[in-house]
Design a protein around this ligand. Structure first.
Ligand SMILES: [Zn+2]
Length: 218
C-alpha cells in the first residue's frame, strides 16, 4: 500500500505506457484469466480456438465463446474498456479518490455513468480489503462422519471438520476444493485459503486492485 503511494507518479507513467488501447486491456485480461489454461465455463473442455471478437476464446466442443471481460467487473461496462481501466486505476491509486463529476469531466462520460461504475468499483475494492476474495469464492465448513442425529460440534471425535472453497463463476459453481482441518481457527483457515485461492484468482476477477495493479506493473 505504502509502495503504491510513494511511487504513485512512476506507477502512473508505467500504467499509461502499458495500457494505450482497448486491445492492450483485453490482452492483459486474457493473459491473466487464462494463464493456467483455458477451461470452458459450459462444458469444462480445455480445447479452444480463437473467437470472433478480439481476445475471446471459443470452446471447440460446445462452441461457447467467452470474452476476457466476462466474470470481471469490466463486463457489460457501457464505455470503452480502456476508459474503464484508467478510471479503475485512478480510483484505486488516488489517495482522496475522485468524484463522479471529476471523472465525468476527465473521461468525457455522463456523470451518472461514472457514478455507477465508481460504485461498482468501490464495492469490489471494499470487499477486497476486508475479505480479499469475497464475490469470487465461497468458503464453508461442515462436519462429515458420525451418526446423523449428532449435533454439529467440534468436540465430536468421530466427526471430521471439512472446509470447502467454491469458485463462483457466471455459470454457477466452478472448481471446488475441500480439506479436513483440525480446528476452525483463523490460522488453519488462512493456510487453507492461501493454498487454494491464489493471488492470480484475485487478479483474474479484478477484485483486489492493489494486487492486480502490482501484477501489471511488475
Ligand atoms: Zn464448452
Amino acid at each position: 500500500m505504502e509502495r503504491r503511494i510513494t511511487f504513485a507518479g512512476v506507477n502512473s507513467i508505467m500504467f499509461h505506457q502499458r495500457f494505450k488501447t482497448d486491445d492492450d486491456c483485453l490482452e492483459y485480461l486474457s493473459s491473466v484469466k487464462w494463464e493456467n489454461g483455458f477451461s470452458c465455463k459450459r462444458c469444462n473442455s480445455d480445447k479452444y480456438c480463437i473467437g470472433k471478437k478480439p481476445f475471446t476464446r471459443r470452446c471447440t466442443k460446445c462452441r461457447y465463446e467467452e470474452s476476457p471481460t466476462s466474470g470481471t467487473m469490466f463486463d457489460k461496462v457501457k464505455f470503452s474498456i480502456l476508459k474503464a481501466f484508467h478510471i479503475a486505476f485512478k480510483i484505486s491509486t488516488k489517495k482522496k479518490g475522485m468524484s463522479s463529476l471529476e471523472l465525468s469531466n476527465e473521461f468525457g462520460l455522463r456523470q451518472k455513468t461514472c457514478w455507477e461504475f465508481k460504485w461498482k468499483l468501490q464495492q469490489a475494492m471494499a470487499s477486497s480489503l476486508q475479505y480479499p476474495l469475497t464475490g469470487t469464492v465461497h468458503v464453508d465448513e461442515c462436519y462429515i462422519g458420525g451418526p446423523e442425529e449428532q449435533k454439529r460440534g467440534r468436540s465430536k471425535v468421530d466427526k471430521k471438520l471439512v472446509v470447502l472453497v467454491l469458485e463462483i463463476t457466471d455459470g454457477g459453481v466452478g472448481r471446488v476444493y475441500a480439506e479436513v482441518i483440525e480446528h476452525s481457527s483463523a490460522k488453519e483457515l488462512g493456510a487453507f485459503l492461501r493454498k487454494y485461492v491464489s493471488i492470480l484468482t484475485a487478479a483474474k476477477q479484478m477484485l483486489n486492485f492493489s494486487i492486480c495493479w502490482l501484477c501489471v506493473l511488475k
